[in-house]
Design a protein around this ligand. Sequence first.
Ligand code: KG4
Ligand code: ZN
Length: 343
Amino acid sequence: MSHHLSKPILAIESSCDEMAAAVMTEGRLVSEVVASQAIHTEYGGVVPEFAARAHQVQIIPVVNQALQKAKIQPKDLGSIAVTQGPGLLGSLLVGNSFAKGMSLGLNIPLLGIHHLQAHLLANFLEKPHPTFPFLGLIISGGHTQLIRAERAYQLYLLGSTEDDAVGEAFDKIAKTMGIPYPGGKQLDDYALQGHAERFSFPVTVMPGYQFSFSGIKTAFRYLIEKESKENSNFVTDHLYDLCASVQATLVKMIIIKVEKALIDTKLSTLVIGGGVGNNRAIRVALRKLAKQYNIKLFFPAHHHTTDNAAMIAMTAHFAWQQGHTAFDFGPMPRMELPLITSK
Ligand code: KG4
Ligand code: ZN
């Protein structure tokens, strides 16, 4: 099946707890819809079974809304793109099954898209956009990765986290202080009013380009438990300083590896993807680093750092341009496509 690049692509994202759909025509984003799932806040984290069920309810209205906003009918579509992985199996199954059914019904091709590749390519929704090759940094709720990107479909994994993702660390640390899930953004807001030098936490430096965030999470919990025994108001008394200090440590752990990768690869462009890319301290530290090494730095628009379908559409656009298509697939929770190889 061929696709006419002039015809709209419908993109669907359902890998975690965001149900999203977008329409793109000739590389231009025409419409997008993102529906969050409030249910997880009650449980202090994403409950996979609830996420899948919520996707099941949300998928038809969200897709319809994206089509309506784009002022098109299903029959006008040229192809469908869907997040194939990585992500939660149940959540992925909803999006993949729906997309497969729709592509069969309309007799148009279906593309499976890699979620993390899409987080990086979200930067191409902006003007000006980066040029290849570049160093990619994914900092999300589920992943922390450094990637050498030679082309849109030629990505090499340099390193990743061995335990928690950095966003996960933000959220778990926030939870320790009683901040509701996902607490990363709130922690960032509180940190704005605090002193980063007030408390010190261990800086974990793993070999190569590997990361580890479970140590700081545990150290933080121990500090809270110990201090709260003497002062039950310890967290409230020091909330802002705790946030600023722990955030500064997390940022430092990221920056150490980014700096090493910049030196080693000699790449002159740095591209950020994922929700933690919204963090103020990370943005400041990365800008400083970019200035120091005289490199170009790119962030997606704020609403395209977290999970969305516009980035899936953008990646599908690259796929069609470069002749990468996959027509028969199912969800891959731990997706490591040949396009992302270790090197
Ligand atoms: O990219 P994303 O939707 O996650 C995955 O695809 O896994 O990003 C969500 C993550 C959450 O952990 C959230 O707390 C974090 O990004 N986040 C932040 C900020 N905004 C979002 N973390 C720290 N500071 C922020 N301003
Ligand atoms: Zn994501």
